[in-house]
Design a protein around this ligand. Structure first.
Ligand SMILES: [Fe+2]
Ligand SMILES: [Fe+2]
Length: 196
């Protein structure tokens, strides 16, 4: 499918899914805008950014069972078992992108799948979506250091977001995803990536 047609198809799908959840639709469009801006700064293909951003929360309205069934089409039981329930929608959205919209670019699929947990050794596209999801304007609680570093040091903002997530989860006695933990450890073992 041509890029423009694909974007029309995805937008049509999102409008239908989120007809009664305009806040979610707005969040998706905000993420798309911020991701485009970051993508331009860090030299990421605009088409890849567009598709990954628009698709990232596309399955948010589905039930746990629907999310699970969809995610299982392309991900193993083991992987799904290791991610928190709150991030399952990221993996089902990646599966939806592949199965329904025939998006075969693995970098796009990964950027959708890991937008919630992150992971170590993310591609620049993955980092752009991960950060945009966290800092877009409707998320008012975001630390200004994270917002500032997003445009100059993408790794630093990825790391700070992961640490903030860790603190938040610890405070509520909720477990941190293993892949997020590993990514934090990887960053802490070579901190030079985090210097401005
Ligand atoms: Fe999400
Ligand atoms: Fe999101």
């Amino acid at each position: 499918m041509m890029f423009d047609d694909l974007v029309i198809e995805i937008n049509r799908y999102l409008e239908e899914q989120f007809l009664h959840d305009q806040a979610r639709l707005k969040h998706i469009l905000n993420v798309y805008r911020v991701a485009l801006e970051l993508g331009e700064i860090f030299g990421v293909d605009r088409k890849k950014v567009t598709i990954a951003a628009l698709m990232h929360d596309s399955t948010k309205k589905m039930t746990f069972q629907e999310n699970y069934t969809l995610a299982r089409i392309i991900y193993t039981e083991k992987l799904i078992h290791e991610i928190p329930k709150s991030c399952l929608h990221a993996f089902s959205a990646a599966a939806l992108a592949k199965v329904k919209f025939k998006i075969l670019d693995q970098e796009i699929i990964d950027a959708i799948a890991y937008h919630c947990t992150g992971r170590s050794e993310m591609s620049v596209l993955e980092k752009v979506i991960f950060v945009a999801d966290y800092i877009e304007e409707s998320r008012k609680f975001v630390d200004s250091e994270i917002k500032e570093s997003a445009k100059t040091n993408l790794d630093k903002s990825v790391y700070l977001i992961m640490k903030e997530t860790e603190n938040y989860l610890t405070k509520h006695n909720w477990p941190l995803a293993k892949i997020t933990q590993k990514a934090i450890e990887a960053y802490e073992s070579h901190k030079e990536e985090l210097n401005d």
